[in-house]
Design a protein around this ligand. Structure first.
Ligand code: F6R
Length: 255
């Protein structure tokens, strides 16, 4: 695991984007795993800048998103599909045929989840998976206590998650109860992982994920078992780490 600590959110986002751009240039038909949430917004912004100013080409890149709410159409402004379109896809030259976000409106969730897993394999597997981390150590919608071998499946949202999300909906009834999410096993099959975190409210989860025991109590701690993982942090989220970490990956021997 290579842990990189940067001074602030901007430099953290730029560092993460640099790794992704490097992988895209090395393999133009890269299969990229994507996350939503506030953390990757900065790195998406930087990738958009690189696309517009430096010609970073997404036309042959394939993407797979981690998760989506069940019951929300892509047109719903709280769906992850909408989030990705607004914050990333509409600004780059990605081919919509190569974009995959779990279908929240599918009539047969189990069949869809099976198809999603197969589709990832058809594209040769995910080369680089971007991950955020929840304050409780979750990755995607894999909450504490989940199976560390899990595959793409439907999960019931915890009451806490539903309450946290309630402010984005006009009533509690509208807040989704379920989500489709890649499993921990699906995530671990990616050839490389890139976990990003910022702010002090993530410090405990980052400490547990990077230096704690590998346990389903902190699903993100499974990244310690992955052979090729980048963790890119800002100062605040790294505050509880005890080992000293590098400030850029370029100095490392491996690419
Ligand atoms: C989103 C996802 C979630 C987030 C996590 C952190 O696709 O998989 O696990 O990565 O909840 O969210 P933010 O970045 O908003 O703190």
């Amino acid at each position: 695991m290579l842990v990189i600590v940067k001074e602030n959110y901007e430099s953290m986002s730029a560092e993460a984007a640099k790794i992704i751009a490097n992988r895209m240039r090395r393999k133009p038909n890269l299969v990229l795993g994507l996350a939503t949430g506030s953390t990757p917004l900065g790195l998406y912004k930087e990738l958009i800048r690189m696309h517009k100013n430096e010609g970073l080409d997404f036309s042959t890149v394939t993407t797979f998103n981690l998760d989506e709410y069940v019951g929300l159409p892509p047109s719903h402004d709280q769906s992850y599909d909408y989030f990705m379109q607004q914050n990333f896809f509409k600004e780059i030259n990605i081919n919509p045929r190569y974009v995959h976000v779990p279908q929240g409106m599918t009539k047969d969730v189990n069949a869809f989840c099976e198809w999603y897993e197969k589709r990832i394999v058809e594209f040769g597997g995910i080369d680089l998976q971007i991950l955020g981390i929840g304050g409780n150590g979750h990755i995607a919608f894999n909450e504490p206590g989940c199976s560390l071998g899990s595959r793409t499946r439907i999960k019931t949202l915890t009451e806490k998650t539903r309450n946290d999300n309630a402010r984005f909906f006009s009533s509690m009834d509208e807040v989704p109860k379920y989500a489709i999410t890649m499993g921990v096993g699906t995530i671990m099959d990616a050839k490389e992982l890139l976990l990003v975190a910022n702010k002090s409210n993530k410090a405990k989860a980052v400490k547990a994920a990077v230096e704690g025991p590998v346990t389903a109590t902190c699903p993100a701690s499974i990244i310690q078992m992955h052979r090729n993982t980048f963790v890119v942090l800002d100062k605040e989220s790294s505050a509880l780490l005890e080992i000293e970490y590098v400030d850029t990956w370029e100095s490392m021997l491996f690419e």
